[in-house]
Design a protein around this ligand. Structure first.
Ligand SMILES: Cc1cc2nc3c(=O)[nH]c(=O)nc-3n(C[C@H](O)[C@H](O)[C@H](O)COP(=O)(O)OP(=O)(O)OC[C@H]3O[C@@H](n4cnc5c(N)ncnc54)[C@H](O)[C@@H]3O)c2cc1C
Length: 395
């Protein structure tokens, strides 16, 4: 990924080699069991906690590492090599952390919370989608009911990944019971402030370890836990770009792992006949070039976002071109991961199709198909088509 300066700093290079060590020693050995049992990857998340990675994006003044988005995306990518579910949980947590860091760190409450997040390595889940509105993040049915000091909130969430295992939960809701469905706020809740009534299980095709069951969330909180900025701004400035970059990065990790598998397979084949390279070597060249396209696409978009954050110009995020590029990143990455894993399967053949083979790519493929549905690609493309009609175009 780009932003070579921050990626190549000595401290970050050392951190990444620690993430790789944890990936090989802890995350990868449990990945098959996590997938088979559709269980929370507790060992992996605990290992990330020990490295203090849950506060990687929290500023140093709050006890975190103060990494930037490019560096966080790199961690997501590395984790994607070992376990897609662990990487997805890490990315989803980081998206919520970024919302707090960018939009709430001015409030005393959020400042104290970030200190606590760093010292206790708390894990944050999110309930943005809601039963009755599908995947439209900019609409809520549920509403915050405040008496001026504290509030009640009930949300029917079709999916809350690792809801049971999280320490905190961030929820979108209408600002008050009479507010329009798009007049939303973003609320931070702590485990002792909400109860979860499970309404659906998570026995899914892929990302099985995310444990994304459905719940009715019933909460009581204090008004200071409502982020001081409208959710519309949080979404456009942080949640949307941060999600599309970190998701794409972890999908890149899954895809790159599939290509690594294919490379090993071709090398084994090549050793059998030193006279002539195997036909699959051509396919390897082909898939590597698609992987490079995916990697470059993420790098450019992540670097653009990082430079916008450094300029601290909130207006820049309203630019249609920026929104369109972020949407394109998600749509393209979610398609390329399927393409790349499929190409790697063609190389590894029946070995990749078996669940019990050293070259199995079954989990990679099942995870890959989730990417297009995490905020449905058709919903995103429809949104882009509207933006494109209003956008003057790039000059
Ligand atoms: C692994 C995984 C983990 C997830 N974790 C979480 C989580 O922790 N918290 C959370 O809140 N969400 C999470 N989600 C996202 C969430 O599950 C879905 O995006 C959301 O529930 C919408 O589901 P849907 O498929 O019904 O989507 P929809 O977007 O409603 O799509 C359903 C259908 O409607 C069509 N459609 C497209 N545009 C429109 C439109 N404008 N109007 C009407 N229909 C349209 C689509 O093409 C599709 O055919 C997760 C998703 C995945 C895959």
């Amino acid at each position: 990924m780009q932003d070579h300066e921050s990626l190549n700093s000595t401290a970050f290079v050392a951190l990444i080699s620690e993430v790789r060590r944890v990936g090989k020693e802890i995350v990868a050995p449990h990945a098959a069991d996590v997938d088979e049992k559709s269980r929370f990857p507790g060992e992996s998340i605990d290992a990330l906690r020990k490295l203090k990675l849950l506060s990687a994006y929290v500023p140093e003044k709050n006890g975190g590492m103060g990494l930037n988005v490019v560096q966080v995306a790199k961690i997501c990518e590395v984790l994607g090599h070992y376990c897609g579910s662990t990487a997805m949980i890490y990315a989803m947590h980081k998206i919520q952390v970024a919302c707090l860091v960018h939009h709430a760190s001015g409030s005393n409450y959020a400042k104290l919370y970030l200190d606590k997040l760093a010292s206790e390595q708390r894990l944050i889940a999110s309930a943005t989608t809601e039963i009755g509105i599908g995947g439209d993040l900019r609409s809520s049915i549920c509403a915050v009911e405040s008496n001026g000091a504290s509030f009640d909130l009930v949300k029917k969430a079709p999916v809350i990944s690792y809801g049971v295992d999280a320490d905190d939960l961030m929820v979108t809701a209408r600002r008050h019971p009479e507010a329009a469905k798009s007049d939303q706020v973003h609320v931070l809740l702590h485990k002792e402030q909400y109860s979860l009534e499970q309404i659906s299980d998570w026995d899914a095709l892929g990302f099985r370890g995310t444990c994304s069951a459905g719940f009715i969330v019933t909460a009581k909180g204090n008004d200071e836990q409502i982020l001081p900025v409208p959710f519309a701004d949080i979404l456009s400035q942080t949640m949307h770009p941060f999600a599309h970059i970190t998701w794409s990065a972890l999908w890149l990790g899954i895809a790159a792992d599939a290509v690594n598998m294919a490379r090993k397979f071709v090398k084994n084949e090549a050793k059998r006949n030193l006279e002539m390279p195997p036909i699959s070597a051509i396919r390897l060249g082909e898939v590597e070039s698609v992987l490079q396209t995916m990697r470059n696409n993420i790098s450019v978009t992540a670097a653009e976002y990082q430079s916008m954050l450094l300029k601290n110009d909130a207006e820049a995020f309203t630019n249609f071109g920026f929104g369109i590029r972020m949407n394109n990143l998600k749509v393209t990455s979610s398609q390329l991961i399927v393409d790349i894993v499929g190409k790697a399967m063609l190389i590894c053949g029946i070995s990749s199709y078996r669940n019990d083979s050293a070259f199995s790519l079954c989990r990679h493929l099942r995870d890959a198909y989730g990417a297009a549905l995490m905020v449905n690609n058709d919903r995103i493309l429809l949104h882009n088509s509207t933006l494109l009609l209003m956008h003057k175009g790039d000059e």
